[in-house]
Design a protein. Structure first.
Length: 289
């Protein structure tokens, strides 16, 4: 029984990280209809920003978050203004090809610059644990979970409690009607994609405490984000948290009671099942039904 609860807690902590990594994917796809195939590369860039600031300047990983936020926001802004904005209204396949091109360029530039070596961030507290009734809670992963939850809640507040958030949601619901009411659509698209990139990079900085870092880590996180968003509902931010937790628990339980290798198979099976039976997500509130 103790093993079950330990696995459940591990899944919850992992699910929170997955949710933070997927929130930007859900935001861009829900508002702009762009399935960003370079999403995971923003995670990779955020992780490397934290790694290099930690190695070169000795900066605590959690203190690197503002730098990641600013750098990835700027990158997302440039990519949106220079390329993605030109494809608004084009068939979806065009955005798939463009963002996959971004993935190839970013991943190969990172590989060229930093080589394929595996790296990790190990601050002084990385090995600390907190024992609660026999359940071991790594302090670093617990702190990462709470910061990730703060990111999700902050994004929810921005979208549902601020003026610009209402403009973003109006654009997602009916672009033409939003335009008629004075919303500047292209500026909203630029803000949305830049915000999605910055949140994704922030999640990359957070996971640098938990996962190994290497230039080709982007594609697996893109796949994970897609699974989480399908589970939670495309474009439905609160559902991203639910989708991340469900996927995290499934993977943790599979690793504990089956084998580590089969967790990916179960992930794809769960994705296939959701796409067939409930494409709007677990709660049925996704933008794609």
């Amino acid at each position: 029984m103790l093993l079950f609860f330990q696995s459940l807690v591990n899944g919850l902590l992992l699910g929170g990280i997955y949710a933070a990594c997927s929130a930007g994917f859900s935001l861009a796809s829900g508002v702009m209809g762009v399935v960003n195939l370079s999403h995971g590369d923003f995670v990779m860039l955020g992780a490397f920003i934290t790694y290099w600031l930690f190695v070169l300047l000795g900066m605590d990983p959690f203190l690197t978050l503002p730098f990641t936020l600013v750098i990835l926001y700027g990158l997302g802004y440039l990519l949106q203004r220079l390329a993605i904005n030109r494809l608004v209204g084009a068939p979806p396949i065009m955005s798939y090809l463009l963002t996959f091109g971004f993935h190839l360029v970013i991943a190969n530039m990172a590989l060229r610059a930093w080589t394929a070596d595996y790296r990790s961030v190990n601050p002084s507290y990385s090995g600390l644990t907190w024992n609660w009734s026999g359940i071991v809670l790594p302090v670093s992963r617990l702190a990462t979970f709470f910061v990730a939850m703060g990111v999700i809640l902050g994004l929810y507040y921005l979208l549902y409690r601020t003026e610009i958030g209402r403009a973003v949601r109006a654009t997602a619901q009916d672009r033409e009607m939003a335009r008629l009411t004075g919303v500047r659509i292209f500026k909203i698209y630029t803000f949305t994609f830049a915000l999605a990139a910055s949140i994704t990079g922030l999640a990359g900085s957070l996971i640098s405490n938990t996962f190994v870092i290497y230039p080709q880590m982007g594609l697996p996180f893109t796949i994970t984000a897609f699974c989480v968003v399908v589970l939670g509902g495309m474009g439905y931010i609160p559902g991203t948290l639910l989708g991340g937790v469900v996927l995290g628990i499934v993977e943790s339980m599979a690793t504990t009671y089956l084998t580590a290798g089969i967790s990916l198979t179960l992930t794809f099976f769960l994705l296939l099942l959701m796409l067939i039976l409930r494409p709007g997500g677990i709660l049925g509130k996704g933008a794609i039904e």
